[in-house]
Design a protein around this ligand. Structure first.
Ligand code: OAD
Length: 241
């Protein structure tokens, strides 16, 4: 028996939500839901035309409300319940909130959330699920609200990123699900885990930039592989503890 518990950390990307009907980023000819990212997901785009950008995000929010977590989100949430939140940490690049809808706790949202807004004047952030009647929506202080997501050219929330790196360093197994691994700093998390002694596993129908450091890869959709991956993790843990 080991003197410390078996620790798993997980990084998810758009691919984990593909089976819930959320579009990935690098699928359709480089466009995101028909738009160039610089037209809808940069601070410059918001400054130039906040109404246009808000219309885009309102559409994402409308679609997102109808999306349900799939087998992969549910499998990870159940595994977290079994291992304990302190032994399974989840970092995601997704803003859809589907890990939480599946019951996962303490999800580290590296790129923010569709379900939060923040004020450009007083900087307050709050949860938000409503459909706004006028765009851009305003804060009670009178300032303009923006979606609390990370846009291109913006830094990631420091505390969340720091926590994600800490969890990667502490992990015995780092599981990467549905990310192309081309966007930093998230793409470095599995590399940091590996260089601190963790095994790295990947679930992705395609090879990615993470594949070369993986000890094991499942070339399949997240929902198809999740049961097998969860069982293997539980077996390893039983063997150790
Ligand atoms: P990408 O669109 O770059 O990659 C999605 C990955 O999911 C690809 O490697 C696909 O092969 C894989 N995939 C597709 N369907 C899958 C399925 N059913 N199961 C498992 N994997 C599947 O999305 P991300 O890697 O998440 O950032 O992109 C990272 C960041 O780039 C995003 O968070 C976003 C974007 O620019 C910001 O908005 C800041």
């Amino acid at each position: 028996m080991k003197d410390k518990p078996f620790k798993v950390a997980c990084l998810s990307g758009a691919g984990i939500s593909q089976e819930s009907g959320v579009a990935t980023f690098r699928g359709a000819g480089g466009l995101w839901e028909g738009h160039k990212v610089e037209d809808v997901a940069t601070p410059q785009a918001f400054e130039k035309d906040p109404v246009f950008v808000w219309r885009f995000y309102e559409e994402r929010r409308r679609q997102g409300k109808n999306c349900k977590p799939n087998k992969a989100h549910i499998g990870i949430a159940k595994l977290q319940e079994k291992l304990g939140v302190e032994n399974l940490s989840i970092a995601t690049q997704n803003v859809d909130g589907l890990h939480q809808k599946a019951g996962a706790k303490n999800v580290l949202e590296l790129h923010g959330s569709l379900w939060k807004v923040r004020c450009l004047k007083c900087f307050k952030e709050r949860e938000s699920y409503e459909e706004f009647k006028t765009l851009p929506p305003k804060c009670e202080c009178g300032g303009i609200l923006r979606p609390s997501v990370v846009w291109f050219y913006e830094p990631l929330p420091y505390d969340i990123l720091e926590e994600a790196f800490l969890k990667a360093k502490e992990s015995d197994l780092y599981l990467v699900i549905g990310t192309s691994g081309v966007v930093e700093p998230a793409a470095s998390l599995p590399k940091v885990a590996k260089s601190n002694g963790a095994k790295v596993w990947e679930i992705n129908p395609d090879e990615t930039t993470i594949t070369p450091i993986c000890d094991k890869s499942w070339r399949s959709k997240a929902g198809d592989a999740i049961d097998e991956v969860v069982n293997e993790i539980l077996k390893i843990r039983e063997g150790i503890e």
